[in-house]
Each structure stands twice: as C-alpha cells, then as structure tokens.
Design a binder for this molecule. Structure first.
Ligand SMILES: [Zn+2]
Length: 281
C-alpha cells in the first residue's frame, strides 16, 4: 500500500492566528511543530499497518514548513513552491489512498479559523460548475483524477460540515472548535494525534475493504474565480481561453479535469501580479 498525505497548517490543533502561519511570525515555530508532529503520526501509523511508502506534500504558504529531521526516516517529503499540482503535488505518482491533514474551510465560512481558499490575497471564491469549492474538494478532485480516493481529513468542525458534502462518510479528525476567523477552542495536539492514529487505522481498514471511491464530477469542468478586486481580474484575463464573466470574476472550462485545474491555477498566479498596494488591497 502506498499512502499520500497533503498537509496544510491552518487546520492543525493549536493554530488560530496569522502570527502562527507565516515564517517570521513569533509563534510560527510552534505551528510548524504541530504540523510536523501531526503528519508524522499519520505516517508512522500507516507504516505500522503495512504501508510500503508514504509521500508527504507540504501544502502551506511557501510549502517548506514541515521539518524533515523530525519525521520518520522512511517518509519522502515534497517541500517548496511553485509546483503545478500545488496542494496535490506528487499525486502524479498514483497512490492507493490519500489523507488531507490540517485543512481548513473555504473563504467566507463562518466559525472557521483562518478560512480562505488557495491564495487568499486574490481568491474571494472559487466555483466548479457553479458549486463553491474549497481546498479540500479541489485537492480531492486532483487525487480523483489520478484514481486515488481520500480516506481521511483533519481540521475544525466547520471543515467537517464542508467535506461531508463532497466526500460522504470518510474518516474525519476534529482538531479544534473554531469560534471565529482568529479564535478557536483547540484540543491538545497530543490528544488530537492519538485520535488521528486511531482514525488512520480505521481509514486503512475501510480502504482495504474497498469502501472509498475517487472523487470525480462529470465533465465539462468550469472553474470560476472571483477575485478580490478588478485589477486582479484584469491580470488574469490576459490568459488565452479565459472568459471575463464580470468585473470580479473569470472562468476557464475544459473537459479534462486536470487541464481545467491548471487553468484555474494559472488564473490565480496571474491574478497575483495584479495586486496593487496603492488602493489598500
Ligand atoms: Zn490553505
């Protein structure tokens, strides 16, 4: 069995403010330790249950948060950015099962610590065929395109509601109860990691029993990006194949999911070049 783990930081236990999620923040070293311990717990348990391989993709910010020296030495770690599949980088190698750890709800979710969708500076919302999607659904669909099912996700209680709509009854480990964007009642990281190890056991058992299916929607795939200002949309509109829907929004459509996703990611990257500091956005 080959296991793939994508890990963000905002959904980790003990993480609830901006200072914890950016290198240079006074509490960042604590958050990256929580993240490292959390993913390592899942990897160690997977090896214990017979996994031959575990690939971890660091999926937050500049994507070099996880400290490899504190991981089980059997894991492989994808570190750094830019990478075309972003939070799903490495899935090209085709794994048996996928875990999304420390994930967070989509931008605009109430009672959700550090809610955002991909690049928060430019992404107000992302829709796939008019349905709002967050990072968990997008990464799950990338995995699905490679035939890999998601069996386990961890994050706060609002993420739990979000993922049920897309993934059904997969394993979920709750890391905290978010009261607001910067406030959460967190569970102790050690307790969460004990719960995670148990959940990995159940997820692998259910996966072996053939319980999970890769997440897939029917084509065509139309991604619509709503930016935070019109300058960002102006920049993204430069890309061939993009349709400018409104002042704020653009779309890209393709019958191949991965091509549609790469269109979305390209729009986002271009939109970041339209960020102006002069108007305060
Ligand atoms: Zn994120």
């Amino acid at each position: 069995m080959r296991v793939y783990i994508s890990s963000d930081i905002e959904g980790m236990p003990g993480v609830n403010n901006i200072d914890q999620i950016s290198p240079g923040g006074i509490d960042y070293h604590r958050a990256r330790k929580f993240m490292t311990d959390h993913v390592n717990t899942a990897a160690v348990k997977a090896f214990e249950l017979g996994a031959k391989e575990v690939l971890i993709n660091d999926s937050h910010g500049m994507m070099q948060n996880i400290m490899i020296e504190d991981l089980d030495e059997r894991v492989r770690l994808v570190s750094g950015n830019v990478k075309s599949l972003c939070m799903g980088e490495g899935l090209q190698e085709k794994f048996d099962v996928c875990f999304l750890l420390g994930y967070h709800p989509m931008n605009g979710t109430r009672s959700a610590a550090l809610d955002h969708t991909m690049y928060g500076v430019v992404c107000n919302e992302i829709r796939l065929n008019d349905r709002l999607v967050g990072e968990s659904a997008i990464t799950g669909l990338i995995a699905g395109a490679y035939g890999t099912p998601v069996a386990l996700i961890s994050g706060d209680q609002s993420l739990k509601s979000e993922i049920r709509e897309f993934f059904g009854e997969i394993e979920f480990v709750q890391t905290k109860i978010s009261q607001g964007r910067y406030t959460a009642t967190t569970l102790h990281p050690k307790l969460v990691n004990n719960l995670l190890a148990d959940a990995v056991g159940r997820a692998i058992e259910a996966h072996t029993a053939g319980k999970f299916r890769p997440l897939r929607f029917d084509p065509p795939y139309k991604f619509t990006l709503r930016t935070n200002n019109t300058g960002q949309a102006d920049a993204a509109e430069v890309m061939p194949g993009v349709v400018r829907e409104t002042g704020f929004s653009l779309s890209f459509t393709n019958d191949n999911f991965l091509t549609a996703y790469l269109g979305l990611y390209s729009m986002i990257m271009l939109a970041t070049t339209g960020v102006s500091t002069k108007l305060g956005k």
